[in-house]
Ligand binder design. Structure first.
Ligand SMILES: [Zn+2]
Length: 256
């Protein structure tokens, strides 16, 4: 099991950790600052620094899977392979990495911060567009959110709405509710495509806005977020697409 430091502090860019397993899915650590692909948000990249100073570039981070294909509580750090045909396990063994080794796990912070800015912006969009979400993808270069709706959306109106919420500098806070509270309030789940991060009896939540009078958005989410909407900066809607008769896709980008 990997301790998920990024859930409590999204601003932690590095940590010391112990290798618990070297597998075909990558290196498993006892704790990590690397976010694994999930909830629409891309997995982190970065480096693992070995005790002798050598660096293992990490190309992606994924949740571990068991033989039945179900997610485990391990987080797997996938090394960039110099030879794409090489096996992950062989590459790591050749580098002399083994269980018990101490490493420094360091995320590509500039890339992660872009992911955080985009992820929080998608929650602002959930406030601006009160329809259910049926698709989501957050990458370092753009993000897209698909809404289950037939009405048209206006790119400039949404960009202005985002800019207004960014300028208002709303705090973004992590909390949790119980599975039972979530079951009693199904409307909190705004996504048809992403399941709330259940499993421990508690579901992690993200609140945008302080207090009941200034609540912008509140929903279950396992992703990494900025601490204040002002940190989002210049994010705009670059495109709106009619993806299907019942889906409008909103694409976000950084204003240049
Ligand atoms: Zn989210």
């Amino acid at each position: 099991m990997t301790q998920t430091l990024f859930r409590d502090d999204a601003y932690l860019a590095e940590c010391s950790a112990t290798v618990t397993a070297v597998t075909g899915q990558g290196l498993v650590l006892d704790r990590t600052v690397f976010y694994p692909l999930g909830g629409g948000q891309a997995g982190d990249t970065g480096v693992l620094v070995l005790a002798d100073g050598r660096e293992i570039p990490i190309a992606d981070t994924r949740k571990g899977k068991n033989a039945e294909g179900q997610f485990t509580a391990d987080i797997c750090h996938l090394p960039a392979l110099p030879d794409p045909a090489a096996s992950v396990e062989d590459h790591l063994l050749r580098m002399g990495v083994k269980a018990g080794d101490i490493v420094t796990a360091r995320v590509d912070w500039a890339r992660r911060h872009r992911l955080m800015r985009f992820h929080t912006t998608t929650h602002l969009l959930c406030h601006l567009v009160p329809q259910l979400v049926n698709g989501c993808s957050i990458t370092p270069d753009y993000a897209r959110l698909d809404f289950n709706m037939t009405d048209a959306l206006d790119k400039d109106v949404l960009s202005a709405g985002i800019a207004h919420l960014v300028a208002a500098a709303h705090p973004v806070t992590v909390g949790s509710i119980s599975d039972a509270e979530l079951d009693a309030n199904p409307a909190l789940v705004k996504s048809m495509s992403v399941q709330p991060p259940r499993g421990s009896g508690q579901v992690r939540t993200i609140r945008v806005g302080a207090g009941p009078d200034a609540l912008i958005d509140f929903q279950p989410c396992g992703g990494t977020h900025v601490a204040n909407t002002s940190e989002i900066g210049a994010v705009v809607v670059t495109k709106i697409e009619k993806k299907s008769a019942t889906t409008r896709r909103v694409v976000l980008g950084f204003a240049t």
